[in-house]
Design a protein around this ligand. Structure first.
Ligand code: CUA
Length: 366
């Protein structure tokens, strides 16, 4: 009797199941097509981008139909097996499991998951592997995060290090980034490269990419992707992609200038007195001041902090020095405490600091 009833119910359900399956199929196709048509990411700025984007597309193709299947089944059940008036006292049929169904719904998802994990592992291995030796030596850049700016440290041919506030990398050459932080957690991210990694206090993290230009685009935004304090949203700089020849010229020029400012050169410049402000200008550049401040002499147009051309014009050297080593002592109108790093007092050597103050005073008092 009960078997007859269930057979009858199965037969009456069939058209509804078929209709739901057809609707689900259409929804899945629309979902997958939309998922593939939408441009989720910016231009592909590295040779790794393509591999990662393909992986993303495969995930869309696999996950959208599964999402639709689950939602369709839930909606179907809610509509079809809902309680109708007069059924308040009636229990549903007793069901004691269905081994075949349970084996299927365990084995199929497990197979899909294992396959996707294997593919993900292959993609990760592919994008992290070191470049072939035949392509020449890999470029190294030390990325330093601090509240609230990135600094990019390069090692010149003579072993001397120099730091720049913007990132410069040669086109088509593998670059390895060693990422550190001087204070809290940050996250080094260039969306066009698709790679991102945390800057973690106490350890050095790494990743590598091979930058490429897309069309006429030669610059990509560098952002911080880890909430790191009040100025987190301003921790944005630029990655410049240069042809190897231009990069070599830039690198040679920086190696000379940077060496002078980092070593005793600045001290000598300061001691010599006179109107020489080149050393101070270099200190301004190597400490990333341009990321936040406007200063026409340095070609800086940052707007995170006060416009130095304006606010320093009426100030003396002592005030300028205080504003660098103790930035919260006096806050310019319209700005907030706690945005400018307080680490410059310990980070900039005394002779360099004097050179910087002299430079800022000179160029804002013309
Ligand atoms: Cu640094 Cu957010």
């Amino acid at each position: 009797m009960r078997a007859d009833m269930e057979r009858g119910r199965d037969a009456s359900l069939r058209p509804t199941v078929i209709r739901a399956a057809v609707l689900g199929g259409i929804a899945a196709v629309i979902g997958v097509v939309l998922g593939l048509l939408i441009h989720w990411f910016p231009a592909q700025g590295s040779t790794q981008s393509h591999t990662i984007d393909t992986f993303w597309d495969v995930l869309i193709i696999c996950s959208v139909p599964i999402f639709v299947l689950v939602v369709t089944t839930v909606l179907f059940s809610v509509v079809k097996f809902r309680m109708r008036p007069g059924e308040e006292e009636i229990d549903g049929p007793p069901i004691h499991g269905n081994t075949r169904l349970e084996v299927i719904w365990t084995a199929v998802p497990a197979t899909i998951l294992i396959a996707l994990c294997a593919y993900a592992y292959i993609v990760l291995h592919d994008i992290e592997k070191a470049p072939a030796k035949s392509l020449g030596p890999e470029m190294h850049v030390h990325v330093i995060g601090r509240q609230f700016t990135w600094a990019f440290e390069y090692t010149g041919k003579d072993g001397k290090k120099f730091t720049t506030p913007q990132l410069y990398v040669p086109e088509g050459r593998s670059v390895r980034f060693d990422v550190t932080t001087e204070d809290v957690l940050h996250d080094f991210w260039v969306p066009a490269w698709r790679m991102k990694i945390d800057a973690v206090p106490g350890i050095t993290t790494h990743y590598r990419i091979t930058p490429v230009k897309t069309g006429k685009t030669k610059t990509y935004p560098v952002v911080c992707a880890e909430l790191c304090g009040l100025g987190h949203a301003f921790m944005r700089q630029t990655a410049h992609i240069m042809p190897q020849k231009d990069f070599d010229a830039w690198f040679a020029k920086q190696s000379q200038g940077g060496g002078a400012a980092a070593g005793g050169g600045a001290a000598a410049g300061g001691a010599a007195g006179g109107a020489n402000t080149a050393a101070g200008k270099q200190v301004f550049a190597s400490n990333g001041c341009a990321a936040c401040h406007t200063l026409s002499d340095a070609g800086a147009s940052g707007t995170v902090g006060p416009d130095l051309d304006k606010v320093l014009a009426s100030q003396n050297a002592a005030f300028i020095k205080q504003s660098i080593v103790d930035p919260n002592a006096v806050i310019a109108t319209g700005f907030q405490k706690g945005i400018m790093p307080t680490t410059f007092a310990s980070q900039i050597k005394a002779p360099d600091l004097d050179a910087l103050v002299k430079y800022l005073y000179t160029v804002t008092h013309k």
